[in-house]
Design a protein around this ligand. Structure first.
Ligand code: HEC
Ligand code: HEC
Length: 325
């Protein structure tokens, strides 16, 4: 619904701004933006020394995580946080582990490109270098002019991050076994997963925070005790580092559990190696009082949230070198 409204809005804006004789081809513009965003996502030219693309840390086969507790930056800085997956990221209103006022995916993309805490792609102060590098590529010239004809095909950080956003919005994961069975109104195939589902939505109350269908309420919670050890490399207090408010200390956004079987290690600092560790680590009575069998059942349920189509979809993979336009 929200998307239909947005599409209508986009259409009416482009109609009112019209002076020429033909309507702009909005489908072609959007497709060019998505293709452009995908190419940029896989392009190491967005990093200072050409060693790191978005996909270095966000690998499709791992549901766009990387398998490490944290990933070092292009210049060797220690990573501060665990790499979150990108499934359905366009549907989240709060982005990252602990931020409540990022305006959207385009703004978020500035953090890896030119952030300094920690340095990831290392382009702070080198924004013009991005324009210079990408402008040398004929395919990019074509794609930017198709995608951003109102900006006359300008190649800059603003159009780069808008294109990345368009691609990221296509990263929809909705074809796990759980989704298939829910759509068909059929039960999950194994008894263990069925019992796990019942616990997840019932006695164990997981869904109060990991709420379906995103398996995240997109909200912030303090689920670690105050005296739990911090990552010694960094003091990371979550949301309070952004708001400065003491009551936000150690408060983090609920991560989605979609594809969680593929996204180990877990937690904002990657300190939980397995799903079992990740569940027990919640400083909530209910999580800690569950017996091993119950946890196994819940994990069997979480495993039904793995979407093989999502992690093999060719539209999300590294594009071929040949220019599609
Ligand atoms: C060095 C590794 C690294 C690189 C390179 C990287 N990311 Fe990330 N990404 C992370 C980490 C770590 C986080 C979590 C940041 C936080 O919570 O503060 C993150 C978070 C995100 C999020 C928020 C996800 C969510 O669930 O809210 C998005 C979207 C994202 N990255 C997209 C990108 C894009 C686009 C690029 C390329 C321009 C990129 N990333 C490059 C490590 C990386
Ligand atoms: C009060 C809200 C809340 C409840 C209830 C809750 N969780 Fe969480 N969960 C979180 C938050 C917040 C995190 C992130 C913690 C961090 O990294 O600091 C998390 C992290 C996780 C992770 C790690 C995911 C990842 O990608 O790192 C798993 C797995 C998980 N929870 C499963 C469960 C299960 C299973 C239950 C029910 C037994 C449950 N949670 C109940 C809020 C909650």
């Amino acid at each position: 619904m929200k998307h239909t409204i947005r599409a209508l809005l986009v259409l009416s804006i482009s109609l009112t701004g019209l002076s020429g004789e033909s309507l702009p081809n909005t489908t072609q513009t959007l497709n060019a933006k998505i293709e452009l965003g995908r190419r940029l996502f896989y392009d190491a030219d967005l990093s200072i020394n050409g060693t790191m693309s978005c996909a270095t840390c966000h690998e499709q086969r791992r549901a766009f995580t990387d398998g490490n507790s944290a990933h070092p930056g292009a210049l060797g800085d220690f990573g501060k946080r665990n790499v979150p997956g990108l499934a359905n990221v366009g549907l989240h209103k709060n982005l990252t582990w602990g931020h409540n006022h990022l305006s959207g995916l385009a703004e978020q993309a500035l953090a890896p490109i030119r952030g300094t805490d920690p340095i990831e792609m290392g382009m702070n102060g080198y924004e013009n270098e991005i324009t210079k590098r990408l402008s040398q590529n004929g395919c990019y010239q074509k794609l930017f002019s198709l995608a951003f004809h109102e900006q006359k095909g300008a190649i800059n950080l603003s159009t780069v991050t808008q294109a990345l956003e368009s691609f990221e919005k296509t990263l929809i994961s909705n074809n796990s076994l759980y989704d298939q069975k829910m759509r068909a109104k059929k039960p999950l195939p194994t008894k263990e997963a069925r019992e796990g589902k019942k616990l997840f939505f019932g006695a164990a109350k997981c869904n109060t925070c990991h709420s379906a269908p995103l398996f995240s309420d997109d909200d912030f919670h303090q689920i670690q005790s105050k005296n739990q050890t911090q990552n010694p490399q960094f003091k990371d207090y979550g949301l309070s580092d952004v708001t400065g408010d003491i009551k936000d200390k150690n408060v983090f956004r609920t991560p989605s559990l979609r594809n969680a079987a593929l996204t180990s290690p877990y937690w904002h600092d990657g300190s939980a190696k397995t799903l079992d560790d990740a569940i027990r680590k919640h400083d909530l009575k209910i999580n800690q009082s569950m017996n091993a069998k119950d946890i196994q059942k819940i994990i069997a349920f979480i495993n039904t949230l793995t979407d093989n189509d999502f992690v093999t979809n060719p539209n999300f993979s590294k594009p071929k070198v040949e220019c599609p336009y």
